[in-house]
Write a protein that binds this ligand. Structure first.
Ligand code: SAM
Length: 257
């Protein structure tokens, strides 16, 4: 067996994670991907689109396959290496870099950042820079879309900081346990993934995140010269309510004053 070697420059999504990222099912299933791509295609309305943190092209490749010109910014070379050869993948032009600061040429109709990835930027300043960078790539009237889950704080009684989100036993010795650990004072949280293989060996992966409430994101958008246009509970454009567990938010770039 070849053990994948991880390049620290690839961050949390290095070779050993990228190798399994496109496993069929879940977020890669056609029924998960198609509603996302349909909304993005409509919002781009023919204009070019830019995906921040494009990853393996899970969304960008099928969007490009529909004829939308798509570019991407991505930190991990290991993730980007999976794009080539996918339908639409070769049409996606990727720049390796950090979405808080990397600029690509062109003016876009749509910049989008999906699958909770704004939370991978672990400081408020960094998240503001993501909004600023999105606005810098948009033409006036262009749209910035974020898809992100809401922190599960309602499941935290006083004195407790941990919320389990998955327990999947698999035989006597194998399985998976996932839990989030919150610091409600700093808005930082850690996603913990414990995987045990059938031979009894295991891996404990801890990934740091920062959550921001939708209202905080609206302020970040305002700082960047954008204003909220839509906030949905999901890709089906259902209403965002107090029971929502995630949001799909879209801000519009205002004309320069
Ligand atoms: C959960 S994956 C999402 C990938 C893709 N957007 C998708 O929907 O499948 C998160 C991706 O964000 C990338 N990433 C995290 N922080 C980044 C940053 N500051 N700049 C660029 N890419 C980043 C990671 O390398 C990884 O590929």
């Amino acid at each position: 067996m070849t053990v994948p070697s991880d390049d620290p420059a690839d961050g949390w999504f290095s070779e050993s994670v990228a190798v399994d990222y496109d496993t069929p099912g879940g977020a890669n299933a056609v029924e998960a991907v198609t509603p996302v791509v349909e909304v993005l295609e409509e919002l781009a309305s023919g204009g070019p689109a830019l995906e921040f943190a494009v990853g393996t092209g899970r969304i960008a490749a099928p969007l490009a396959d529909r004829g939308v010109p798509v570019s991407g910014i991505e930190m991990s070379r290991a993730m980007v290496a999976r794009l080539a050869g996918k339908p639409g993948g070769d049409a996606v032009e990727v720049t390796i870099g950090d979405m808080t600061s990397t600029r690509v040429s062109g003016e876009f109709a749509l910049v989008y950042l999906v699958y909770n990835t704004i939370s991978n930027v672990t400081t408020q300043d960094g998240q503001v820079e993501v909004f600023r960078n999105a606005a810098a790539h948009l033409r006036p009237g262009g749209l910035f879309l974020i898809e992100v889950g809401l922190p599960d704080l309602r499941r935290l009684p006083p004195g407790q900081d941990t919320v389990p989100f998955a327990i999947a036993p698999n035989g006597d010795r194998a399985g998976y346990v996932g839990f989030d650990q919150y610091n409600v004072a700093t808005q930082e949280f850690t996603s913990n993934h414990v995987t045990v293989s059938p031979d009894g060996t295991g891996r404990f992966l801890r990934v740091p995140f920062r959550y921001a409430w939708p209202a905080e994101m609206d302020l970040m958008a305002r700082i960047a010269g954008m204003r909220l246009k839509h906030r949905w509970a999901d890709w089906d454009r259902s209403a965002f309510t107090d029971a929502s567990t995630k949001h799909v938010s879209i801000w519009e770039k205002l004309p320069a004053e």
